[in-house]
Structures are given as C-alpha cells and as structure tokens.
Design a binder for this molecule. Sequence first.
Ligand code: ZN
Length: 440
Amino acid sequence: MDNITTITEMLSEEIEQELAEEHTLTDIEQVTRRLLKEIGRQAVAMVVNSKEPYPEPEVPCGKCGQRMPYVRRRPAQLRTLFGQMKVKRAYYLCPSCQRGCCPLDRQLGLRPNGISAELERLAGMTGALLPFGKGRDLFESLALVSLCDHTLDKATQAYGTAAMQREQEWLTVAHDEEELQRRKREVRRPCRLYGAVDATKVHTRGVDEHPWRDLKVGAWFEARGQPPKKPDGEWRIQAEKIHYFADICPAAEFGSLMWASGVQQDAQLAQELVILGDGAEWIWNLVDEHFPQAIQILDWFHATEYLMPVAKASYSSEKEQKDWVARTKQWLWDGMVDEVIAHCLELVRREDSSDPAFVAARYFDQNRQRMNYPKYRRNGYQIGSGTIESAAKQIGTMRMKVAGAIWNEDSARKVAKARAAYLSEEWDELAAYRALPIAA
Ligand SMILES: [Zn+2]
C-alpha cells in the first residue's frame, strides 16, 4: 500500500469520528476540509523544521564576510495558506558587525512574522478583485484562513508596488534606442493592434479641496469579429490579449506609461494601430505625441452617449426622444456628422454653453476627424471598446468606486495597478517579483 492510501484510510477514520450520527455530504466535505487544513499546517511546519537537522557551526556574514558562529535555533511565527505555525531556524550572529541572520529564511523565502508569499499572492488577488470587507469574507470561506482588512490591503498594495517596479523596467526599455531598433529588426510586427484610453474619478482623501482625482486607464488588445451591421445590432467583440495600465497622475506622465506599456506590446511596430478614446483632448494629445501613426477613433459608445440628454431636453414624450436618438445614431453610423451637428445646433434652447444640444454639437465638432464610422466599418475596425468593457469601468468603477470609499491617493494608485495586472492575467508574473528572496 502506498503512503497516500495509508493516509487516506487514516483520514477517513478520523472524519468518521468527527461526524455526528446524522450527517450530509456537506458535513463530510466541511469536516474533511478542516482536517486537511490542520494536517497541512502541521506538515508544512514539520517540513520546514526538518530542513536543518545539523546546522553548520558557522556561515560567512553576508555583510562583512567574517565567519558567523551558530547561536541557537530561533523561533518564528509563519502565517501561511494553512494557517499560523511556529517554526525554528538556525540563527547566526556576526561578532564583527553584530548582524544576525537565519540562512533558512533566505533559502526558503520565509517571512518571519509576516504572511507567506503564497498567502500574499492569493490575498492580493482577492484584494485586487473585491473591496476589502467582501474580499475578506470570500477569502475566509474559500481558504479557511481569516485575514483582517489591513492584511488584504497590504498584500494588494505590495502587488501594486511590484507593478510599479515593473513599469519602471518598461520605461527603461521604452527609452532604450538600441533595444527599440533591435525589436524593429527582430520582432514579428502585430497586424492590427488596438489601444483604448479612458478616465474615471476616484474619491481621494486630498489635502486640497479637490478630492476627486482622475484615474486614467488604458488597454491594449487584439480583437476579432466585426462591428454589427446596424448601430443597435449585437456587438460581438472578441478581445484577446488585453493588457491594462492605470495611474493617477498628470497626462504627460500617463503618456510615458502609455508609451512604455505600448512598447511591451510592440504597438509602435503594429502594421495597423487603432486607438479608441472618448473625446477628452488630453487623450488625443498623448496619441499624437507617442503614436502619431495611429488611426484615431472616437469610441462609438462615448459618442452616442451625448444624444439622449439632447433628446430629453428637446422632446417631452419618451417615444419622440427614442425616435430622435435612433435616427441621429443612424446618421452618425452613416458618417453624417455635419448633419448631426447642424441638427443639434437647431435644438439649442438655452443661451449658455451647458445646453446639452450645444455640448453635443461642440463635442462632435471637435472630434469630427475621428468619426468616419462608415470608413472604419469598411476596414473592419472595432469602433467601440464597449464590449471589452471600458477600461476605466474595469479598473475604476467596479473596484474603486465602492459606495463611500475614500482613498488615500497612494493606495488608490497601487490597488488600480494591481487590478490592472490581475485583469491582464499577469498576476503570476508579479508574484515572481514578490517572491524574490529577502536580502540576507
Ligand atoms: Zn558581519
């Protein structure tokens, strides 16, 4: 009989003993999980403790190079995926620089009195996905480990910090002329790559009177499928290889991030680069600066959002409003931008610039060059990033705009970056940064 069979038999006996006379499968599952976790906890501690059966009498000091003699076994608390455990490691003290260390910490990546890298990976992932209270509850019911909000927060921010470090590396690459030339020679040019940029507001605990800060968000992606035949048809955009990036920073800085993350996707080499954005001027300025070759498209969904307010201000019945929006949408779809502008201007009622018809007319006028929808559709371009969900919505609204949430700006940036990495399926890449052994 192999070990697993033996263990299984012993475990099933143990489960039977724990169960009440009347029980269901749920009871069996719950008891089994609890026992397995406890066995895991003891086993992990046992394995760690068995690593140094005979500690070396001395090791070289990592700082000054002197020999450090063995002192004793030193206890530490570890918080792991299997719960909290106490382990002992060989401890050495340098007589010359008075520095002490446990070589096993470095060897195994132990984090005495902190949470383990694996627990942090999962806790951080949870924090990137869910607000902390909800995240904590879900984590506890799935992993049987209770973490406080602070721990979840810290883990998520640690990943945000790792994401920032990685962005710094991207920036270095993106400004390395030699590397850019090398890529130009060697990299397979992407056929058609899309970019999308957007922004949302985050409520921060600012010192000034402007607590709402712009969370700027972007995405690079490839897409298959065509826009529908009619504006109200079904939008099936199969986006692939989506890479999100996000920051709370001035536009120019965000431009650098856009360039750096774009180079990671070889956007500068794409045979066709299509960038979708809402009408915000800063977005198009950045695109002009960093990706002047890009085809700029005003995101269809952002464009058409301007119509309903005009209809509501101009028509009283719901039917008239709907009809007007449908008709005007069709005009935009057919590229009749001038007609739409003229029509909106006819509907201006108030003498001020906040009249929705005036706002819409001005918006379409400013983005006229990016609204040649018939041509884009002929070329098979996606004209709306809507179904990959607006990047801002993915990063910002769904995680950061929780009712009543007021963010410390630094935390907000880190959580946004952690979330961007998670949604880009780059979590394990970041875990590699975080799991680097602690310096001795
Ligand atoms: Zn030393």
